[in-house]
Ligand binder design. Sequence first.
Ligand SMILES: Nc1ncnc2c1ncn2[C@@H]1O[C@H](COP(=O)(O)OP(=O)(O)O)[C@@H](O)[C@H]1O
Ligand code: SF4
Ligand SMILES: [Mg+2]
Length: 385
Amino acid sequence: MPLLEFEDLSIRYRTDGPDVKASEDVNFEVDYGKTFGLVGESGCGKTTLGKSILQLLDDNGYVESGHIWYDDVLPEWKTDTGKVRPEVVEDDRYPVRDDGMMDLTALDSDDIRRVRWNNISLIPQSSMNALNPVYRVGDQIVEAIRVHEPETPEDEAHERARDLLEQVGIERERADDYAHQFSGGMKQRAIIAMAMACNPDMVIADEPTTALDVIIQDRVLDAIREMQDQFDVSMLIISHDISVMAETCDRLGVMYGGRLMESGTTKEVIENPANPYTMGLQNSFPTVEESQERLLAIPGTPPTLTEPADECRFAERCPFATNVCMNDHPPMYDAEAASDGRSRVQQEADVGHRSACYRLDVLEEMRERAKEEETWQQTETPSSS
Ligand SMILES: Nc1ncnc2c1ncn2[C@@H]1O[C@H](COP(=O)(O)OP(=O)(O)O)[C@@H](O)[C@H]1O
Ligand code: SF4
Ligand SMILES: [Mg+2]
């Protein structure tokens, strides 16, 4: 059951020239207690989507259309049975769906601020440098607890801070250390502990392992897994590294140029990728088991997002592009149906295994060819093929 649902979300950034189309008609869901991973090269719109949930976009960013539906609204809006109070629905202040989900993009600044404390916490990109150097790490977690729950006695808050540090694999007594006494990986784990301090229903972690070496990455991933086990928390993990996702996520969404190209269970997307972009992305990261294999980068660079062409966003770099790819960006198709020769558009509900690609009729062939180095060296343009 979804806790959070992106519906046709399009986000723009105002610039001196045309707006940047940072996300375009994005649909996906994060289920209760599950982890959704957003993956894709740098600049494809992942951070933008993560920040939009809590209305933390940069000042020139805005939601052009679409919704971010959220099920677990603020406590005072709910009845004992967890439904939205009728007077809140009738109040008309905010859009509420029949199933009780509310649109986070519509909340005013006071209410979204309360959602930030009560419901959802964001661990921003590069946040491990955000620990305050002049306070002890433990005290910073205590502070987070006491701002949110002022009634918690100080010694109890200290105990909880030590518990949290222990859960992310940091010895309790290190709570008395300062940030400079922590390694990079420990800082990142302390930040994860801090994000859990107020018992959120959902945590958004933006590039939690980026800039850490492989062994340290593993420890951070262990800390995330520990949190998933200990707390019944939903997570949105954002990373450019698809191999990081394999170990922590239940479902994956693969983004390219502001568009979701593929989504499905982690197993479906990793073992049976249904989009050429996913296939290319996989070639460019070592899998955990086969770290010695040769890596193959996708030639070219991601598209600029001001005035993108109408064609499939990936067409310029896709080795399988043909004329059919050149008119519009493809809708999301049911990837499993397509491999049986059926064609079914699955634009809305984020269920099953979906892929935005016109060529799913030759999916098996694309999968085979995507493993070969020569495939990615071709620079043929679609019009000549
Ligand atoms: N404040 C901003 N103003 C203009 N463009 C921006 C701004 N923030 C991000 N962008 C652009 O939006 C696109 C998506 O960026 P981002 O969401 O940070 O991608 P990712 O997290 O996948 O690297 C990029 O083209 C980026 O340059
Ligand atoms: S629609 Fe065409 S260009 Fe786009 S990913 Fe599929 S084959 Fe490649
Ligand atoms: Mg980012």
